[in-house]
Each structure stands twice: as structure tokens, then as C-alpha cells.
Design a protein around this ligand. Structure first.
Ligand SMILES: Cc1cc2nc3c(=O)[nH]c(=O)nc-3n(C[C@H](O)[C@H](O)[C@H](O)COP(=O)(O)OP(=O)(O)OC[C@H]3O[C@@H](n4cnc5c(N)ncnc54)[C@H](O)[C@@H]3O)c2cc1C
Length: 493
């Protein structure tokens, strides 16, 4: 008899755990509460336009430990097409000023020197740091399985980075930009508006641009939905079972050993191992009844900042609208959309670079802005519908400012709110990437196992501040590596 692994949640973390568990010979079942797999990594269609909710960059499209995972889980295969954008993003500010962040650091450096020769020293210093940071490679093994040799092996690669981490590891973006002393109002305004007004880790900013520079953070044609479906295909082809509309309410434990789960409809499912790849807070405090809360979890959930929730307004445009930049960030001051005052403007993604997103000759555009969970948590019924209608009107007016006359070509629209996200994925307060990477937690992560609870593992974005698809998939793999180690069984990837 094969031992049974039950996985709670069929997001990217759960699918990854499922694939590795099935590959390693376990009888594997994923229980997903929604009617479709993928979790946050999803998309939906309206009038033949596809509105993507997640993917715009994927770390590991060309190399490294994440790349191995993407190949092993069928996220990348011979047929997937990777698009490396030349422009990371373009910033506009409502006063006619534009600012571009190029994916290629050399090109960005030339651009910055062109607009602010007086800032040659800080520009060169910042770009040099980003080039050096490209050497960062994630560990392939979970901390519990690393030997001293693994740490020694990465030393030569880590050495150039050591100074960067020592100098900037605990700085916010604002502190980092302050230290660089940019003089140019155009550079200051763009960088400070984009990253400087919040507790966002300087290292996260530096690494992000370093990965782009290496062409190791591309976009995969087709986006989020086909990505998740490729993982489902790999999982089921290995013999794994995935059940939809199965909400786990409780994890059963006897004598400190996990025994299975109980679904919302009262069904009990027995398991030898349970991996929760669902929302971290509800796993610990609700499914496990708050009995195995470690100090670290308690501290994180009480003190670490969450990503603010998002509103996404999607538009299907009945004509081709090309854009040089895949993302335009509008930081015009004093804007509101619906009841949300836009502290950090909005982003507008033009998917004209991906022909699968809209019918031929047409274009999908997606606008996102951050909001506050408090505005949404009690909004129901008519008030909720009225807010969505107002958002659509205001967002359409914003779209008009970037593409005058476009309203007449809108053929499909959709408004997804933080409540949509919570309803379909269970993510706490709509914090779509879990904990914000701040200077306090940037170098930290939470443990996948809980003291006093055997055969239970956690996976997913809530273990690693900053979240995202790579750590979600990697912790799924790690959970199975830990199970194999416990059984003294060789792990197959
Ligand atoms: C707008 C947006 C843009 C993003 N852009 C990027 C990007 O470009 N690159 C990137 O790397 N990341 C991006 N992310 C982040 C990325 O999508 C997430 O970090 C990642 O998908 C999280 O995966 P996960 O499996 O850990 O969690 P989730 O995706 O939240 O999956 C959890 C799953 O568990 C299920 N579940 C929850 N509770 C239960 C229960 N009780 N019983 C059964 N099932 C349950 C949910 O339905 C869900 O399917 C983006 C996210 C958003 C929302």
C-alpha cells in the first residue's frame, strides 16, 4: 500500500507539492476549494478576451534552482515561449514627465546618465550593485537538508554579494536612495514615488532588477492560466488526483500525529502526511485551531506588514493598441478610483505582446491599484455593486487619459476586488503575495514544520516574505523532500 499525501490547496505551491509527491511514489490527492486550480495564478475570459490575474514576470525562466523546478513541473517545456521585455516599466506623473526602467542594466545606465549626468556617481554605483547581485542563486535544498558543504559551495558565488547584503540588507528603498544622494529631480521623483514611500526592502528592489538584467525573469506566453494547467497536466499524468470544490475545514491530529482532514461538508479524508498549501493564517489559526502556533508565526502574523490588496479592472479593446512598455505606472498625485485614494497611483498593463490574450486585431488591458482591506471587508450587496460600477467609470476615465478616444472601442470589462480574491483563494485580507518584503523580514522565512505535530508540512507564499510563484513552488518541492528524508527514501525530482 502506498502512503497517502493529502495537499490542501491547488495553487502553484499545492500543485508543485503534488507533482513531487506523485513522482516519489505517494498516493497523492490535492483538495482545492475552488472549481479550478492555480490559486492566485489564474485568469478568466470575458467575450473572448483573457484577463490575467498574476503573471507578468517569473524568476527562473533561464537558469538556477527555480528554473529546474519550472522544468520539472512542466511550467516550462519545449513548447513554452518566453518573452523578455526590453522595458521593465514606464512611469508617468500627469505633468508630462516620463521615466523608463529598462530591463537591461547597461541600457538603463546609459538612459539615466543621459537624463542626469550630474548623478554619474550614484547611477554607476546603483547599476554596479545590481550587476553584482545577479550572482545570487537560491538554494536548491530546504534549510533542514543543507550540509555545511552546501554553504561552502555557494561561497565563491556569494562572495561578491556579501558586501551588498552587508551594506543594504537592512535598508528600505528610501534609505538606500538617500544614501545614493541622487540630485536629479526626475530620478528622485520617479524612484521615491515608486518605491520610497513604503517599508519596501532595498534588497528586493536590487534583486528584482538584477534578475531582469540576467534575462532570468521573463514572461511566459499565455500567462497564468495555461501555466497552472500545465502543472495540473503533469500532476494527473503522474497518477495524482485533484478534487475541486473541496474546502478543508479542519486538520485532524491524534497524539501529535496528523491523521487527515475534514471537509466543510463533513467528509473525513485519512492521510499519512498532510501538506497545507493554503493561506498560512487560516491553516494555523483555523484548520489547526491555533494549537501549534510558534513564536515565529505569532510574531510574523502580528507584526509583519501584509501586501495591500488590489483592485483589478480589465478591458477588452476592439482594436490593436500597441505599447512599447508592457506596464505603465501612473503616479499622478491626488487621483481616486471609486472610494480608494490612490497613494501609489495605478498600473496599466497592455498585453499586445501576447497574441493569446485577445482575438486577432484586438487588445487586452489590465489596470491595477492598491486599496485598503478596511474599505472592503464589510461591503456587501448593493453598496458593493455600486462601488464596482463607480470603479469601472473612474478606471475608464483614467484609461482615456492614456489612450484618448479608447472608450468607444471597449468590448469587455471586468472588475475584480479584494473580496473576489478572498472568496476564490482564501488569501488573508486579499494580501495577494503574503508578507511585504521589508527591511525587518527580507532575509527571513518561516519554518515548514510545526513543533509537536508530526507528518504535517506547510508550503506556499506565506513562508517567504515577498511571496511570488518561485518560493511557492519551491516550498512545495521542499515539503516532499522533507517527507522523503523522514522515510529515508531517496528523493526523485
Ligand atoms: C495581481 C497579481 C500579480 C502577481 N504577479 C506575480 C508575478 O508576476 N510573478 C510572481 O512570481 N508572482 C506574482 N504574483 C504572486 C503569486 O501569484 C502568488 O505568490 C502565488 O500564486 C501564491 O501561490 P500559493 O500556492 O502559495 O497560494 P495561492 O495561490 O493563494 O493558493 C492557495 C490555494 O489554496 C486554496 N485553498 C485555500 N483555502 C483552502 C481550503 N480551506 N481548502 C481547500 N483549498 C483551499 C485556494 O483556493 C488556492 O487555490 C501575483 C499575484 C497577484 C494577485
Amino acid at each position: 500500500m502506498k502512503e497517502k499525501v493529502v495537499i490542501i490547496g491547488g495553487g502553484v505551491a499545492g500543485l508543485s507539492a503534488g507533482i513531487y509527491a506523485a513522482k516519489n511514489g505517494f498516493d497523492t490527492e490535492i483538495l482545492e476549494m475552488h472549481s479550478v486550480a492555480g490559486g492566485q495564478c489564474t485568469a478568466w475570459e470575458r467575450n473572448r478576451f483573457r484577463f490575467d490575474y498574476c503573471l507578468h514576470w517569473l524568476v527562473g525562466t533561464s537558469k538556477g534552482a527555480f528554473h529546474d523546478i519550472w522544468k520539472e513541473t512542466n511550467v516550462l517545456n519545449d513548447r513554452t515561449e518566453i518573452i523578455d521585455h526590453e522595458i521593465h516599466s514606464q512611469i508617468i506623473d500627469g505633468e508630462g514627465n516620463t521615466f523608463i526602467i529598462y530591463a537591461d542594466i547597461d541600457r538603463w545606465e546609459r538612459y539615466l546618465l543621459g537624463i542626469a549626468p550630474e548623478d554619474e556617481v550614484p547611477i554607476r554605483r546603483m547599476c554596479k550593485t545590481m550587476r553584482k547581485s545577479a550572482f545570487l542563486e537560491p538554494f536548491a535544498l530546504p534549510p533542514e537538508l543543507r550540509s555545511p558543504l552546501d554553504y561552502i559551495r555557494i561561497m565563491p558565488k556569494f562572495f561578491p554579494l556579501f558586501q551588498v547584503v552587508r551594506k543594504y540588507g537592512r535598508l528600505t528603498c528610501r534609505e538606500y536612495f538617500d544614501r545614493l544622494h541622487f540630485k536629479s529631480p526626475r530620478i528622485r521623483s520617479a524612484l521615491y514615488t515608486m518605491y520610497g514611500e513604503r517599508n519596501f526592502s532595498a534588497m528586493a528592489f536590487i534583486f528584482m532588477l538584477a534578475w531582469f538584467n540576467q534575462k532570468n525573469a521573463g514572461y511566459i506566453k499565455g500567462g497564468s492560466y495555461p501555466l497552472a494547467q500545465r502543472m495540473v497536466e503533469r500532476f494527473t499524468s503522474l497518477g495524482g488526483a485533484i478534487s475541486y470544490r473541496k474546502r478543508v475545514e479542519k486538520i485532524t491530529v491524534e497524539n501529535g500525529m496528523v491523521r487527515g482532514v475534514v471537509l466543510a461538508d463533513g467528509t473525513s479524508i485519512a492521510a499519512d502526511y498532510v501538506i497545507s498549501a493554503a493561506d498560512g493564517y487560516s491553516t494555523i489559526y483555523s484548520m489547526l485551531g491555533g494549537k501549534y502556533v510558534t513564536k515565529a508565526f505569532d510574531h510574523a502574523h502580528k507584526n509583519w506588514e501584509l501586501f495591500p490588496p488590489l483592485v483589478q479592472v480589465s478591458f477588452g479593446i476592439g482594436r490593436e493598441v500597441l505599447s512599447e512598455a508592457p506596464i505603465v505606472l501612473n503616479f499622478t498625485k491626488g487621483m481616486s478610483i471609486g472610494s480608494t485614494r490612490l497613494e501609489f497611483g495605478y498600473s496599466l498593463m497592455n498585453y499586445s505582446y501576447d497574441s493569446t490574450m485577445a482575438p486577432e486585431g484586438k487588445t487586452t488591458m489590465v489596470m491595477r491599484f492598491e486599496t485598503q482591506w478596511d474599505l472592503w471587508k464589510d461591503l456587501e450587496g448593493d453598496a458593493y455593486r455600486a462601488e464596482k460600477e463607480q470603479i469601472l467609470k473612474d478606471a475608464t476615465a483614467c484609461l482615456e487619459t492614456i489612450y484618448p478616444g479608447i472608450s468607444g472601442f471597449i468590448e469587455a470589462t471586468d472588475v475584480a476586488t479584494p473580496k473576489t480574491d478572498v472568496r476564490f483563494t482564501g488569501v488573508r485580507n486579499g494580501a495577494y503575495e503574503g508578507f511585504m518584503p521589508t527591511r525587518e523580514n527580507m532575509m527571513k522565512s518561516l519554518k515548514m514544520q510545526l513543533p509537536g505535530l508530526r507528518n504535517f508540512y506547510m508550503a506556499g507564499q506565506w513562508l517567504v516574505p515577498g511571496g511570488g510563484l518561485p518560493p511557492s513552488a519551491q516550498t512545495g518541492k521542499w515539503a516532499v523532500q522533507l517527507i522523503c528524508r523522514k522515510k529515508k527514501q531517496e528523493f526523485k525530482s
